[in-house]
Design a protein around this ligand. Sequence first.
Ligand SMILES: NC(=O)c1ccc[n+]([C@@H]2O[C@H](COP(=O)([O-])OP(=O)(O)OC[C@H]3O[C@@H](n4cnc5c(N)ncnc54)[C@H](O)[C@@H]3O)[C@@H](O)[C@H]2O)c1
Length: 341
Amino acid sequence: MVKVGIIGLGYWGPNLVRNFSKTKNCDMVLACDLDQDRLRRIKEIYPSIEITDDPQKITDQVDAVVIATPLKTHFSLAKEFLNKGKHVLIEKPICASSQETIELSNLAEKVNKKLMVDHTFLYSDNINKIKSLLAEDSLGKIYNIDMVRVNLGLFNKDYNVIWDLAPHDLSILLYLLNKEPVSVVAVGESFILKNIVDNAHLYLKFEDSTSASLYLSWLSPRKKRTITVVGSKKMLEYDDTALDSKISLFDKGVALEPQNLPEMPHYETFDQFRYVYRQGVEDKINVAEREPLAVMAEHFIESITKDTPPKTNALDALKVVKVIEAAQESLTTSKEVKVHD
Ligand SMILES: NC(=O)c1ccc[n+]([C@@H]2O[C@H](COP(=O)([O-])OP(=O)(O)OC[C@H]3O[C@@H](n4cnc5c(N)ncnc54)[C@H](O)[C@@H]3O)[C@@H](O)[C@H]2O)c1
């Protein structure tokens, strides 16, 4: 049995408590928060869980900690618990800089403990279905991936909408394409809080001319979570808010066909080409989906009991943080910024 403690019982923490409480080979033994009301609420629902308002008091009660506190505390808490010899799961985004992420990754290796980040959607059965469709070349060459993650709130006073929402889309994007972008252009506005961008657009380029765009906002009337993948053979839409089939695969595309070609080695005008549109069928793909957070929790525990590398480790998280850092620089300089190696 892996004894787990959680730090942070705000908006997200209780979802982790619920899932780790049901995970096999896991004993959810301890919950920590600075806020007494939040501790009391958890104790009411899970009377057997020990509660504390002081992370420093967490020692022998646990083998692993789950960190679900605000971003600015991730690095110091994770460092403290790795140094205490605990396995650590950190909520996204792993840390506030690539430097911190590298330091944690090295420390985890040194103390020989698991360090995993909760990139939740990589544990989604639908996202994994899209990954397998791309891997088996069902869509052909991928031209563009367009991602939308918008809703009203939740506003954060400490960091902007890119740090908050982009870790989800970037982790999905890098996972689907299995490569990293070379550059990013980001634009954004701070409509509500001064200096905290609440509405942003990112445009990413990859080496082989694939591109991706992300629209992230805390200022939109309706929750939207969509991904559109445009390939040379087929196109795909994913809607995470759909109640039944979330994936649609379209047999649609366009080709340019030469027309009435004169006997010459080159074409004189663009009119000598004809657009050929393929307006094929839409296949709705139904995937039986488990709760991604439950799959993630199970995976973390299994990586400890079986001593296997976590699917979403610190080096994967580092790739995401580097793109966010480049996006942040692009916001400030209004320039296209290379994503550093
Ligand atoms: N995976 C997901 O889909 C998902 C969704 C939402 C949030 N998150 C992530 O979860 C983390 C927490 O987000 P949230 O929205 O729940 O934040 P929140 O502000 O609602 O809650 C954070 C909690 O941590 C507590 N806390 C702060 N510092 C602490 C400390 N040093 N020791 C103990 N407790 C402390 C606060 O009292 C608060 O209750 C963030 O990293 C966020 O990005 C992930």
